[in-house]
Design a protein around this ligand. Structure first.
Ligand code: ARG
Length: 261
């Protein structure tokens, strides 16, 4: 995770961002700190990446790489404004002893990739349509040795896969079908008949931008309907308020890059 000390909306690269809307950076830091404390309380180890002035979206650490089986497949950002973040993530992974593979294709890490270790022997779901190039899905498959299923995103509000789909545990997903093309909806229904289906209200409240450890599901407190669905499905919903970061177009999942040995 990377604290939002320099978080601001200085440019608009997704429909949630409005440069004329004021951001309370101190409040963003407080809310982020509460998220970090929640993860620690749930028993997780959180490494903190040093934020850099001039990189206001660095708080969205999930975009820096996809880590599977100890290998970090690095990011290459679509927008110039975020390009320099990739090197900061790379330095982190290399310093911590992870095997790092540099990407040659545009991809925004876990923003557009989700990994399910116990579905189909370990499957990677990958979004495209707004940020990550589909050819990066093939590159991820070559680098990480797991099948990658490409899913086309069609609604600009849900520009990253992690705004529309999440892993609830090692094999089960939740998603908002309307964010995907008709064909991709069919693929998801075929692969995940036991998925928890979310609706547009859930997705709009960033209820799918969640982090789950298989038991506890940490999600945006605004997403009350989603929290109820998660509880009905047998998980513990853990709400956190990230209202300031929503102005950047992100929530819980965007703030957390998961490290998988
Ligand atoms: N402002 C950032 C962008 O548009 C938000 C990234 C959100 N991160 C995520 N994993 N969805 O790139």
């Amino acid at each position: 995770m990377c604290p939002p000390e320099h978080f601001a909306v200085e440019y608009a690269i997704n429909p949630w961002m409005h440069t004329d809307e004021p951001v309370d950076t101190a409040l963003a830091v407080k809310q982020w700190e509460a998220l970090r404390e929640t993860l620690v309380r749930l028993g997780h180890t959180v490494h903190v990446l040093t934020p850099e002035p001039g990189l206001p979206d660095m708080v969205f650490a999930a975009n820096g790489a996809l880590v599977v089986d100890g290998t970090a497949y690095g990011a290459r950002f679509k927008h110039e404004q975020r390009a320099a973040e990739a090197g900061r993530h790379r330095a982190f992974y290399e310093a911590q002893g992870w095997r790092f593979v540099a990407p040659s294709r545009t991809n925004e890490g876990e923003g557009d990739f989700a990994y399910l270790p116990r579905a189909y022997g370990g499957i990677i779901l990958a979004g495209y349509g707004f940020r990550t190039e589909p050819v990066a899905h093939a590159e991820a498959q070559e680098m990480l040795n797991h099948p990658v299923v490409s899913l086309r995103l069609v609604d600009p509000r849900f520009y990253h896969l992690d705004t529309a789909l999440a892993a609830l545990d090692d094999e089960r997903v939740t998603y908002f079908p309307g964010a995907f093309s008709a064909a991709s909806q069919k693929v998801l229904a075929q692969l995940f008949p036991d998925a928890v289906l979310a609706d547009e209200v859930d997705a709009f409240a960033f209820g799918l931008n969640l982090v789950s450890d298989g038991r506890n599901v940490v999600l945006n407190s605004e997403a009350t309907g989603m929290a109820a669905k998660i509880a009905t499905a047998g998980y513990e919903a853990v709400p956190v308020d990230l209202s300031e970061l929503k102005k950047g177009g992100g929530s819980v999942k965007c703030c957390v890059a998961e490290l998988r040995h």
